[in-house]
Design a protein around this ligand. Structure first.
Ligand SMILES: *[C@@H]1O[C@H](CO)[C@@H](O)[C@H](O)[C@H]1NC(C)=O
Ligand SMILES: *[C@@H]1O[C@H](CO)[C@@H](O)[C@H](O)[C@H]1NC(C)=O
Ligand SMILES: *[C@@H]1O[C@H](CO)[C@@H](O)[C@H](O)[C@H]1NC(C)=O
Ligand SMILES: *[C@@H]1O[C@H](CO)[C@@H](O)[C@H](O)[C@H]1NC(C)=O
Ligand SMILES: *[C@@H]1O[C@H](CO)[C@@H](O)[C@H](O)[C@H]1NC(C)=O
Length: 378
């Protein structure tokens, strides 16, 4: 009996692992390192590092040697060298190419390019005028697109990294830029309309299937848009839509702010929150077709509460985390205001259905400017 118990404990420990997540701030001066113990299901603040300023959007470069943080207020991007023990050393801050007659933006979202020469790409928006830009890792070479008379604050890559799909929330359209090995950001190949949609909020793409997914903020819909292998939209293609909330929930009372695909590529997660002061969040998980990536059906849903103040102004983001040793896909969630980071896992329940399980929650309430985007190290 005792040996059986010891074996159980040992097995549990053998699978335990620590994972790390950098988290920026929307309006503050720190970058946080959070540590997740996946067996104990605990999330703790490991480090509170001094940053060059706020960094609502953060991204690793392709080699994972540097972390980049963007600052919309002064139109800059800072580079940090990632040291041992998840320390960060500020190496420099560069200005993004001036656009829209300003160097001060409302939002900047950055991500690493996925093909050589692996620059950092971003979209910057004043709310009414936007630009797509890139910056070499050294910061010396910058490029920008023509100005876009709209609000672009989200973009995603095609599987081969040769197409950048930028979402314009004003026109409810998706701009398809061709990115060659020697890009100039001038080749806008197509502008596709998200049919019958308003307030499109975030776009992601499938890592292998040729497919884009968009969530709409006010109508709380997930729109699934298949593409041809050349990443262009067939004009007669049906854009499939799913309501992300339970059917009985009135759309007017909720906003949907984010979506993410899990590391196993098997599920797509959406995040919604109430506009009312009851501060409720709803996470919905949809199964994807393993080959095409098409959205199949909702498999799990969960709600939880946190202080978020005015729900209509909140920025809350999902970020895919690792798949842990027992096969559970983790997804993290950061919110501002509310200063919270939480980790959730999709677990197989005894009755054969799926459920969302909490893997830890960190409150960073001493820092009201927390939390911006998260980025998992391991
Ligand atoms: C930038 O300034 C120029 C010259 O004043 C003006 O023609 C143009 O419309 C401005 N662009 C924006 C996006 O405000
Ligand atoms: C457009 O969307 C609204 C709300 O989502 C829906 O009621 C309506 O039927 C849709 N119309 C078309 C033509 O798809
Ligand atoms: C869409 O149009 C293309 C070419 O015009 C055709 O080959 C394809 O079968 C059509 N697809 C559907 C779903 O109608
Ligand atoms: C998900 O897709 C990415 C990109 O192709 C790939 O690297 C990864 O191995 C896939 N994950 C699984 C579990 O198939
Ligand atoms: C992190 O450190 C800064 C500077 O000392 C401090 O203002 C902030 O409150 C700290 N954050 C947390 C969550 O304790």
């Amino acid at each position: 009996m005792l040996s059986l118990l010891l074996l159980c404990i040992f097995t549990r420990w053998a699978h335990a692992a620590l994972h790390h997540l950098f988290v920026g701030t929307v309006n503050g001066g720190s970058l946080y390192v959070l540590e997740l113990d996946d067996a104990a299901k605990s999330l703790t603040v490991l480090k509170n590092l001094t940053a060059a300023g706020a960094s609502p959007s953060i991204a690793f470069d392709q080699s994972n040697k540097y972390l980049f943080g963007s600052r919309p207020s002064d139109g800059t991007v800072s580079r940090y060298l990632i040291g041992p023990d998840h320390t960060l050393q500020l190496e420099g801050t560069g200005e993004i190419p001036a656009s829209c007659n300003t160097t001060s933006f409302q939002s900047i979202k950055i991500t690493s390019g996925t093909q050589s020469p692996y620059a950092i790409y971003g979209v910057a928006s004043t709310g009414t005028c936007s630009t797509v830009f890139s910056m070499s890792i050294t910061g010396f070479r910058t490029l920008k697109s023509k100005e876009i008379a709209g609000d672009v604050h989200s973009f995603a890559w095609s599987p081969n990294g040769e197409h950048l799909h930028a979402l314009d929330s004003t026109a409810n359209s998706i701009l398809n830029y061709y990115i060659s090995g020697d890009p100039d950001l001038q080749s806008l190949q197509a502008t596709d309309i998200v049919t019958n949609a308003t307030n499109v909020r975030q776009i992601i793409t499938h890592p292998v299937g040729h497919r884009m997914y968009v969530v709409t903020q006010n109508s709380n819909e997930l729109i699934d848009i298949p593409l041809r292998v050349d990443e262009l939209l067939e004009k007669n293609t049906t854009q499939t839509r799913a309501y992300v909330l339970p059917k009985s929930y009135v759309s007017d009372a909720w906003v949907t702010t984010s979506l993410a695909i899990s590391a196993s590529n098997a599920t797509l997660w959406t995040l919604s929150q109430s506009k009312a002061p009851d501060n409720t969040f709803i996470v919905s998980v949809f199964r994807l077709d393993p080959v095409t990536g098409a959205v199949l059906k909702p498999v799990a849903r969960s709600s939880f509460r946190n202080n978020i103040g005015d729900g209509t102004k909140a920025t809350s983001l999902l970020t895919p985390g690792p798949t842990i040793a027992d096969g559970t896909d983790l997804v993290s969630f950061t919110t501002y205001p509310g200063a919270m980071t939480a980790v959730m896992g999709l677990v197989h329940k005894a009755d054969g259905t799926w459920g969302i399980s909490a893997y830890g929650r960190a409150m960073l309430a001493e820092d009201e400017g927390c939390c911006g985007e998260g980025a998992w190290v391991d």
